[in-house]
Design a binder for this molecule. Structure first.
Ligand code: IPE
Ligand code: IPE
Ligand code: MG
Length: 250
């Protein structure tokens, strides 16, 4: 896979989102539509992620957070869960060199509880290996749940208060420091594939003012052009963050 492809030029954007969150959804449907098992859809989703990472680097996105496995996904069949856990390890191993070459820094976000130790150690190893990279930061959300992240942060503050280490009131800044990745910036663009229009418990705190873009395309069909299309949709939005401007039409 090529990082820069002269035949595939991105549009000129006036402003590029700093942080994009992606719910990579629709793998199962993609596979079933082709008479294949759901797991084949997950396999096909790997290339889509690399494409989107390449597309993000090309236009200067700084952070991309990809939802790979939610705390709710344990409800799936044992076969699918097992496939997804192993596939996360395999993908990290197989793509590490390429991502190093692209200067990508990989971080893991999620909950340790229940996560397979083999997956956790692979993630930690990848974090170490890519820690010094200066390019795009790719946060892999594996065993991640937004409410759980908020609860864990609240618990951490309670523990600090009990230990007498919390000085003054709880503020947004103090709270955010207790999140899984305290340096993660707010999400600018929240993108979901497959036509579903819901958050599914992804980055609840971080996405409070994100622009939502829902595309019908299934995740394995995503390319760098699809990412650019989503950024183009966002370009047309007026982000006011609660402020207002008088603009009478003459
Ligand atoms: C998203 O695709 C991938 C994961 C949850 C790991 P799905 O597996 O949810 O595919 P659909 O939504 O059932 O088609
Ligand atoms: C969200 O997709 C989780 C991931 C993409 C990893 P789901 O397919 O699990 O979410 P629901 O069931 O549509 O809410
Ligand atoms: Mg789904």
């Amino acid at each position: 896979m090529k990082l820069y492809d002269p035949a595939r030029k991105p549009p000129k954007f006036t402003e590029v989102p700093n942080h994009i969150a992606i719910v990579m959804d629709g793998n199962g449907r993609w596979a079933n539509q082709r008479g294949l098992k759901r797991t084949e859809g997950h396999r096909a989703g790997e290339l889509a992620l690399l494409e989107v990472v390449a597309g993000a680097i090309e236009v200067g996105v700084k952070q991309l957070t990809a939802f790979a496995f939610s705390t709710e996904n344990w409800k799936r069949s044992p076969e699918e869960v097992k496939f997804l856990m192993n596939y996360n390890i395999e993908t990290l191993r197989a793509r590490r060199d390429l991502l190093m070459e692209w200067g990508v820094k990989i971080r893991w976000t999620g909950q340790e509880k229940k996560l397979w130790p083999s997956v956790l150690s692979e993630l930690r190893e990848t974090e170490k290996l890519t820690a010094k990279n200066k390019g795009l930061t790719l946060n892999m959300a594996v065993n991640y749940g937004g409410r759980q992240e908020i609860l864990d942060a609240a618990q951490a503050l309670v523990d600090k208060a009990t230990a007498g280490e919390l000085v003054g009131k709880v503020t947004e800044a103090k709270f955010a420091k207790e999140l899984y990745l305290p340096n993660m910036p707010d999400v600018d663009l929240f993108l979901r594939s497959s036509g579903e229009m819901r958050l599914s418990n992804f980055l609840l705190w971080e996405s409070s003012y994100a622009e939502m873009v829902f595309l019908d395309k299934l995740w394995p069909d995503f390319t760098r052009e699809t990412l650019w299309e989503a950024i183009s949709i966002m370009q047309g939005r007026d982000r006011r963050f609660g402020s207002a401007e008088d603009r009478p039409i003459n």
